[in-house]
Design a protein around this ligand. Sequence first.
Ligand SMILES: [Zn+2]
Length: 370
Amino acid sequence: MENIKICKSCLMPSSRPRVTFNENGVCNACLYIKKKNKINWPSREKEFQEICDKYRSNNGQYDCIVPWSGGKDSSSIAYKLKFVHKMNPLLVTFSPLLPSDIGEINREILINKGFDNIFFRPNQNVSRYLSRRFFLERGNPKVHWDAGINALPLKVAVEKKIKLIFYAEHGESEYGGKIIKKNSDKIRDLDEVLENQIGDDPSNWIDEKITVNDLAPYKCPEEDQIKENDIQAYYFAYFFKWDVYENYKYVKKEYNFKENNTRISGTFQNYDSMDDLIDPLYYYMQFIKFGFGRALRDASRLVQNNHMSRDEALRMVKNYDGEFPNEKIDEVLEYLDCNLVEFNENIDKHRNKEIWNLVGNKYIQSFEIK
Ligand SMILES: [Zn+2]
């Protein structure tokens, strides 16, 4: 793909879905982050405090929900809500597909700091079946999980009559994507979530093995239930300058958040997105489809927030991007009910032909990150 652009400021290629570039070759994630330097943050914080004051509980009920993986980002939000803003959050977790030990350890540490958590683990026969099916059909074993993490906080909000949800960041604004509405980075828009993240309604997944009832964990409440309960969902990152590396430093400092023992397959870091053993495959499939992997994603975010130089980021990409997801591969194969031959054939089936050229028996990337 000769016309692929690489952001002149970070390293994001134009093969990222929905990313745009300005006339100077800078991606819209970088532009968004530059714009953040001009924001009046004290005024945003005041707006945040007004929201908290409006919803803060004084009757033994939860006043907000935090969709919570136990990772650095959602944990930093939970911690600040409870201990800085004196809210009473309920942490809601949709189980990772293949929960890791380090994820479990970090969840336990924060719960022991004084939080209540609902941990939802769906029917594993259905979850495994859907993972295999979506890995084969779409090259993404987490399609249903995405639906589940979107649906669960809304369902809990409706059931427990909690009117406020704090999500982390608006990914489309923060990391380069399509902004549908002016307020997209402040208020979570359910239509946009459905359009960008799930791509389809779980009812479409019914087949000879999966019934409509099997799909209960993945279905959002009806829109009128959400409206009836007057639920508001905000992005925390709108109110406070969002920086994932700062989130890591914060949880490290506040309660000794634990890193993975080793760097995570496909990248150089050992502190981000480590709660699901299927994630190295998930990011590897992005590399297969779009020509950039997890090291590039991680390094670009560090460059955007001045924690890493572009040259150093390039070195990280050269060393780690697109590394085969060997970590715990046996567990992943067993989960997907796949042998290594079928696994590799399926990976090749999803290779973007415009990004990969078959030379001899090897696939070579058609553009260089530089
Ligand atoms: Zn950029």
